[in-house]
Design a protein around this ligand. Structure first.
Ligand SMILES: Nc1ncnc2c1ncn2[C@@H]1O[C@H](COP(=O)(O)OP(=O)(O)OP(=O)(O)O)[C@@H](O)[C@H]1O
Ligand SMILES: [Mg+2]
Length: 254
């Protein structure tokens, strides 16, 4: 099958990989792409939880164990996005991710892999299963230094590093600025996703931010990034300024 497999990776944990996988995936789906997101962070298995889905007929662990075909583990979310979840049960944490590359062979279209952080054996298996890599980092020096390590390992595995997403960006003096980041990592910056309180609100409501608050600053950045990745031109919706203004008022009112 023909597919484009992109891993969403990071040097440190908690920087926004799962939020990115879900929202970039949904934005790509809304552009008409055939996209599947995969929870390849089998130990933590947050992706289903962040989307408000707690039980599935089959999971990635079943596929890795060889008891289910990967197509049986695809769940279609009410928003239309296809998901391959991981199990949250304790006996599923020893999944053998070395088989991931092999089981993904049966998928077609665009596949986004939500990875564990760092360079653990599992994280390396996820990198190995992908053709292309997107690194997510927050704009702090230590986090970026870890991201740089992952970028180097990905390059040594002959993966195409598409670039870095700077998440939770606030353009403050104490943050690294985009020029410093580009120089340090020697990779393009794909997007700057702002620190956005609506991300936390959307997580609380178990709805992806681009569906929860489509005109919030972070949603617009996810939508632009989806266009860039597929070579489409971002077309702002009608009355974008008014819609952004209304989103801002709603944000301030909580
Ligand atoms: N743009 C943002 N604005 C505000 N908060 C954010 C943003 N992105 C992520 N967060 C916060 O960061 C938390 C961690 O995000 P997420 O779960 O996507 O990280 P992760 O890299 O997948 O973590 P892990 O390595 O543990 O899997 C979220 O629960 C949310 O509270
Ligand atoms: Mg995660």
């Amino acid at each position: 099958m023909t597919s484009r497999i992109i891993s969403i990776v990071s040097g440190k944990g908690g920087v926004g990989k799962t939020v990115t996988t879900i929202n970039l995936g949904l934005a790509l789906h809304q552009l008409g792409e055939n996209v599947t997101i995969v929870d390849a962070d089998t130990t933590v298995a947050n992706l289903g939880l962040q989307m408000g889905i707690y039980s599935f007929p089959a999971t990635l662990q079943d596929v890795l164990r060889g008891t289910e075909n990967i197509n049986k583990a695809i769940y279609t979310h009410p928003l239309g996005l296809k998901i391959i979840p991981s199990s949250i049960s304790l006996d599923s944490i020893n999944a053998d991710l070395s088989k991931l590359k092999h089981v993904l062979n049966d998928l077609d279209g665009l596949v986004l892999l939500d990875s564990p952080p760092g360079l653990s054996t599992d994280a390396l298996s996820v990198l190995n299963a992908s053709d292309e890599v997107i690194i997510v980092s927050t704009p702090e020096l230590q986090t970026m230094a870890n991201a740089l390590k992952v970028a180097r390992v990905a390059l040594s595995m002959e993966k195409l590093v598409l670039g870095i997403i700077i998440n939770r960006y606030s353009n403050e003096k104490y943050e690294m600025n985009p020029t410093e980041i580009m120089t340090m990592c020697d990779a393009p910056i794909l997007s700057k996703i702002p620190e956005d309180i609506n991300v936390k609100r959307s997580l609380f409501e178990k709805t992806p931010i681009i569906s929860h608050t489509p005109f919030s600053p972070s949603s617009i950045e996810f939508q632009k990034l989806a266009c860039d990745l597929t070579g489409q031109k971002y077309k702002p919706p009608k009355n974008i300024l008014l819609k952004k203004f209304v989103a801002r008022i709603k944000t301030m009112m909580g």
